[in-house]
Ligand binder design. Structure first.
Ligand code: NAD
Ligand code: MG
Length: 400
């Protein structure tokens, strides 16, 4: 007689940043598997209408917004409709949603440094942490990875490139790449909307041009990062921490079709790649179900429609952010946190029309040059470096 399949226990999921691009893709995958996943908590910054819609559909036990006024509005709306969600506000509520006993899995999909404390809380509570919020790891790499090991958290990368590399490495890959015969990680990059443009042509580009990514639909901040190649720089740092790699073991390969999501090269000449349509539900489903596989709602790749795959080296003259990130990783300590903070301020200023596109890299370099590098073994040092770099960036902006 055939054995009946083992039905996994229904897992509680907290989605930090539920109203964003990654958050809604996560809820799309979860909604396809109601017997496997139930939503414990959904959090958002200020988008209360979007959170209301998600609460109606997913009936979380807890919902969190930044401001109490927004939380009060959501509480009233849900009470009128008879939805029994507890609505909370503030940073402490965010951390509690991440470490709650009812959450087995935490999707970290807040954008930027705001995601650091709740993501670390999930790690310290030993959760399965699905990491989309790369900025958290870039800021605090050493202490983040140390906390993962100490608290027995299961860290699964959601960034498509790192998820691809994870799939291309042996299941047990701790202790350095060389031990497993891996010689290089090949981090693919689409090149963004301005691939092939000269530095001069980039001066006048607008936020709407920068946010029009050729292959992926994403939040505004990561779209601008993709256009400057800072996203690839942050991902290079992310790869070093996740896979215990040195910056020179990570090669960035521009691949405009975004079909190969990244690769691992081995000492026997093998290069293993992960391919798929550019849809974040694939890495999200992988992270949710690992080591199993579940339906993500993503069409299988049609290689005849893709027809060809192109590769080229990145242009670090027109796109200096990639070099700035590599240098920050080499400098170590708080340097990546400074890079990240300066970039967040610069991107916000660009989106607000206060800074040119090429001004983003200039501002990051100026802040970097003015900030001392400290050891980053304590969270306080990371948060202080982040705050000081933001102040310095705002001062430079004001002087422009
Ligand atoms: P997004 O802007 O679409 O969504 C961000 C989410 O975070 C929203 O729910 C928003 O309400 C919440 N948020 C924003 N600021 C906050 C704050 N200060 N406090 C609390 N919550 C806050 O962003 P996204 O594109 O979904 O990206 C989220 C993260 O995932 C980023 O770190 C990004 O780099 C990473 N990522 C995204 C993609 C993608 O395809 N979108 C791919 C790889 C990695
Ligand atoms: Mg990515």
């Amino acid at each position: 007689m055939a054995e009946s399949p083992v039905v996994p226990r229904c897992q509680g999921v907290t989605v930090l940043g539920a109203t964003g691009s990654i958050g809604t893709s996560t809820l799309d995958v979860i909604g396809r598997h109601p017997a496997r996943y139930r939503v414990h908590a959904l959090t958002a910054h200020r988008s209360r209408e979007s959170l209301l819609t998600l609460c109606r559909r997913h009936r979380p036990a807890v919902a969190v917004l930044e401001r109490e006024a927004d939380a009060g509005w959501l509480r009233e709306c849900l009470a009128e409709e008879g939805v029994a969600t507890e609505v909370r506000s503030g940073a402490e509520a965010l951390v509690e949603a991440a470490e709650a006993a009812e959450a087995d899995v935490v999707m970290s999909a807040i954008v930027g440094a705001a995601g650091l404390l709740p993501t670390l809380a999930a790690v310290r509570a030993g959760k399965r942490v699905l990491l989309a919020n790369k900025e958290a790891l870039v800021m605090s790499g050493a202490l983040f990875m140390e906390a993962v090991a100490r608290h027995g958290a299961t860290l699964l990368p959601i960034d498509s490139e790192h998820n691809a590399i994870y799939q291309c490495l042996p299941v047990e890959h701790r202790g350095g790449l060389a031990r497993h015969g891996v010689t290089q990680l090949l981090l693919t990059a689409s090149g963004g909307p301005f691939r092939g443009w000269s530095a001069d042509a980039l001066v006048g580009v607008t936020p709407s041009q920068a946010c029009a990514h050729p292959n992926w639909s994403m939040g505004q901040k990561i779209s601008v990062d993709s256009a400057t190649l800072m996203n690839k720089g942050l991902e290079l740092i992310e790869a070093c921490w996740l896979f215990d790699a040195s910056p020179d073991q990570v090669q960035v390969v521009v691949h405009p079709q975004s079909v190969i999501h990244s690769m691992a090269a081995y000492n026997d000449g093998s290069v293993i790649a992960q391919l798929g349509n550019p849809d974040m539900r694939t890495p999200i489903a992988y992270g949710l179900a690992w080591p199993e596989r579940i339906d993500a709602g993503v069409q299988s790749l049609d290689l005849f429609a893709v027809a060809r795959l192109d590769f080229e080296p990145p242009d670090e003259v027109a796109f200096p952010c990639l070099r700035l990130a590599r240098e920050a990783m080499a400098a170590g300590g708080t340097a990546p946190a400074v890079l990240n903070a300066a970039n967040e301020v610069a991107v916000a200023a660009f989106l607000a029309g206060r800074l040119s596109f090429t001004g983003i890299a200039e501002l990051v370099a100026r802040v970097r040059d003015a900030q001392p590098v400290h050891p980053a073994t304590e969270l306080e040092a990371v948060l202080a470096a982040d705050a000081q770099a933001r102040h310095a960036a705002e001062r430079h902006l004001a002087s422009l």
